[in-house]
Design a protein around this ligand. Structure first.
Ligand code: ADP
Length: 319
C-alpha cells in the first residue's frame, strides 16, 4: 500500500520532534542529576540555546517538507497540463490536415480542367490558394511531427530512395511561389550523382520543403539556388542558397532549437519556429547532419548531408 503524502510528512515530523525532545530530556537529566553540579551552569546555558534552536529547527523542517510536497504536486500538475496540451495540439493538427488535403485535391481538379475551362486570372488565384494551402499543410505536419517524434510515436516507412527525385518534386512545388516574388529560382543536380539514401520519403520531403520554403520566405530579392552534390563517396549533400536577410553568428547557434525565431523576423513574417527544429530531428534520425553558413545581410546556405544507402532495404520502424 502506498503511504499518503500527509502520512510521510507527519512521519518525518515525528522523527524530527522526537530527536529534539530526546536532546532536551538528556540535557535536563544531566542538569538535575546529583554529583555533577559543576557542569550545571554550562548545561543551563546549553539548554537555553538548544530549546529555541529546537523550536526553530522543527518549524523550519515542517516548512521545508510542506514546500517540497507542494512543488512536487505542482510539477505533477504541470506535466499533466503539458501532456494535455500535446494531446490537444496533435488532435487539432490531425483534424485540420484532412480538410486541407481535400482543398488541395479540389484545387488540383479545377486547375486540371475537371470543372471545365477556367479563365487565366482564376487559374492564377487558384495557384495562390494552393501555395497558401501548402503552407498550412506544412505547418500542421510540423505540429503533428513534433509531438510524435518527441514522444517516440513516429512510425517511419524507411525506403531506399533517390534523393534527387524528392528534391525535384519539392523544387517544382515552389516554382509558383518563387515566381510570384520575382526570385531567380533554379535547381542544379549532377547527372552522375550517387544519391540513393535510406529514408522515409514523406519525411525527407518535409525537411526539403521546410528549407526551400524558408529560403523563399526570407528572401525579398535576388535568388534561391537549390543544389544536390556529392561531398564524398559515402554521402549526398542537399543545399539551398539564398540572397535573403542572412543570420547573425549569435542567432545561428539557437536556430535549430524548438520555437526559435530570429528577433528581427518576428512580426514581419508568420511562422512557428518549428520547421528547422523538426528538420534537425528528422535528418539526425536518418543518420545525417544539418547546418548553415550565413552572413547577416548577405544571405544564407542551409544544407544537410545524409549517408548513402549501403543496400536496398524496405522496412518500417518506430523511433
Ligand atoms: P519559422 O520559419 O516558422 O519561423 P523555422 O524553424 O523554419 O521557423 O525557422 C526559424 C527561424 O530561422 C525563422 O524564424 C527565421 O528567422 C530564421 N530563418 C530560417 N531560414 C532562414 C533563411 N533562409 N534566411 C533567413 N532567416 C531564416
Amino acid at each position: 500500500m502506498r503511504l499518503g503524502k500527509n502520512s510521510i510528512i507527519n512521519g518525518k515530523l515525528v522523527i524530527a520532534i522526537g530527536s529534539v525532545l530526546i536532546v532536551w530530556v538528556v540535557l535536563l537529566i544531566d542538569i538535575l542529576s546529583p554529583g555533577v553540579r559543576y557542569h550545571s551552569l554550562i548545561d543551563i546555558l546549553v539548554v537555553a540555546l538548544v530549546i529555541p534552536f529546537g523550536i526553530w529547527f522543527i518549524r523550519e523542517f515542517k516548512k521545508n517538507l510542506r514546500h517540497r510536497e507542494e512543488s512536487r504536486g505542482m510539477n505533477r500538475k504541470l506535466k499533466n497540463l503539458d501532456k494535455q496540451k500535446n494531446e490537444f495540439v496533435s488532435m487539432a493538427a490531425h483534424e485540420l490536415r484532412a480538410p486541407l488535403t481535400a482543398i488541395k485535391g479540389y484545387i488540383s481538379m479545377v486547375t486540371q480542367g475537371d470543372a471545365g475551362d477556367i479563365p487565366e486570372k482564376a487559374r492564377r488565384f487558384l495557384a495562390d490558394v494552393n501555395t497558401i494551402n501548402d503552407r498550412l499543410i506544412r505547418l500542421v505536419n510540423n505540429m503533428l511531427n513534433v509531438s510524435r517524434i518527441e514522444e517516440g510515436r513516429m512510425v517511419f516507412q524507411l525506403e531506399t530512395e533517390e534523393l534527387s527525385h524528392v528534391v525535384r518534386a519539392v523544387y517544382s512545388q515552389f516554382i509558383p511561389e518563387a515566381e510570384r516574388k520575382g526570385l531567380n529560382y533554379a535547381l542544379k543536380t549532377s547527372k552522375h550523382i550517387r544519391d540513393r539514401v535510406s529514408v522515409d520519403p514523406d519525411r525527407i520531403h518535409e525537411v526539403i520543403a521546410n528549407l526551400i520554403s524558408n529560403a523563399i520566405k526570407y528572401t525579398d530579392k535576388g535568388s534561391v539556388m537549390v543544389k544536390l552534390v556529392q561531398p564524398n563517396k559515402a554521402t549526398v549533400r542537399f543545399e539551398v542558397k539564398d540572397t535573403g536577410s542572412g543570420i547573425s553568428k549569435e542567432e545561428q547557434e539557437k536556430l535549430f532549437q524548438k520555437f526559435y525565431r530570429v528577433e528581427t523576423n518576428v512580426g514581419k513574417t508568420t511562422g512557428t519556429g518549428l520547421g528547422l527544429y523538426i528538420s534537425r530531428l528528422l535528418v539526425e534520425i536518418f543518420g545525417g547532419k544539418i547546418g548553415l553558413n550565413s552572413e547577416l545581410g548577405k544571405g544564407s546556405t542551409f544544407w544537410f548531408e545524409i549517408p548513402l544507402a549501403t543496400s536496398a532495404k524496405k522496412k518500417s520502424s518506430a523511433v
